[in-house]
Design a protein around this ligand. Sequence first.
Ligand code: ZN
Length: 143
Amino acid sequence: MRAFVTEMVLTELSNLKQFDIVFKKKGIQVERSLDTLYCPKCGSNNVEERAWVNPNTDEISYNDSVEEEDCWCGICEEHVELCTLSELWEMFGDIPVNNDDEIEEDFLNFPVGTSKIDVWHWFDERCPNNLHDDLMYPKNDAV
Ligand SMILES: [Zn+2]
């Protein structure tokens, strides 16, 4: 009986753990692309954009100019102006960093004091190639 209870508790614990992992990974799995849009508050790509659907053809037409109130972050559960990775990278450029390479302002879900290298990794994981080639020194800068 005791063993049974122990086993139940263990099962429960592993369920909890799994739930936790799923929860943390609540971002959407998409191909790495610089066109992916993110929430500028939490960095999630679990976002939505309001569009018109023709009920007869199911054709979707996007608004030409997307306003903040047309966009939604599924994690923050509020309207946000969606950003590409490049735009987030530019925003990160405005975040002051101290001599220990720690950020001095909150950025996305990274609190003050996070090593900027950790933030770099976050960007790198989302780049189609890598942070260096895609964002830091993009080669074919279309100007
Ligand atoms: Zn968000």
